[in-house]
Design a protein around this ligand. Structure first.
Ligand SMILES: [Fe+2]
Ligand SMILES: [Fe+2]
Length: 188
């Protein structure tokens, strides 16, 4: 039977690993430890490129609209809230970006701003991913026909090919692995 959320769940796993990095980095920073600024500037790049453009882009342009095609009513749909949370995330990451730039320039005041913006983003995205994984995705798998799921999978591929280099997932996986190593985050 066709499945159209498995890939999205896998992408969530990589995003969740970056959220752990951000949380750990912010915790250590709050305790007075030095964290290389590239962890935060790199997290901003990851969030913008991978979490937002690559992943949320496919949700907004392919997956969410397909649910309407499957008969989900547009009024008060879960996608409306999820879209709003994507937008809110963009605001939060803007704050993190500013703070990370200032931290890189050696501004100590930026530390508390990094901690706050990181925690806000991590909290928002974790509950967002949980809502999708445990709420919307199982509903989508039940609601969509095999034919529609196959169409969605084809469109995911088209979007990726049009907008991103072929090694996008690999590059961002390597970035996550490097930061996990740098911050001594053990993965089992
Ligand atoms: Fe989402
Ligand atoms: Fe998602």
């Amino acid at each position: 039977m066709a499945n159209c959320t498995e890939m999205m769940v896998k992408e969530h796993e990589l995003i969740l690993r970056m959220l752990d990095i951000l949380e750990t980095g912010a915790e250590k920073l709050a305790r007075g430890e030095f964290i290389p600024p590239e962890v935060f500037t790199g997290a901003v790049i990851f969030i913008r490129e991978f979490a937002d453009r690559f992943h949320h882009g496919k949700e907004e342009d392919v997956f969410f609209p397909a649910l309407y095609d499957a008969g989900m009513p547009r009024e008060n749909s879960p996608q409306e809230l999820l879209n709003l949370e994507h937008k809110l995330g963009r605001r939060f990451v803007g704050r993190l970006d500013e703070a990370a730039e200032r931290y890189m320039e050696g501004d100590d005041v930026a530390v508390s701003q990094i901690v706050e913006a990181s925690n806000d983003y991590v909290k928002l995205l974790r509950q967002h991913i949980l809502k999708e994984n445990e709420g919307l995705f199982p509903v989508a798998e039940k609601l969509m026909s095999d034919e529609l799921k196959e169409k969605v999978n084809r469109k995911y591929q088209e979007v990726e090919k049009e907008r991103f280099p072929e090694d996008t997932v690999l590059r961002f996986t390597q970035l996550v692995e490097r930061f996990e190593h740098l911050l001594d985050i053990k993965k089992n």
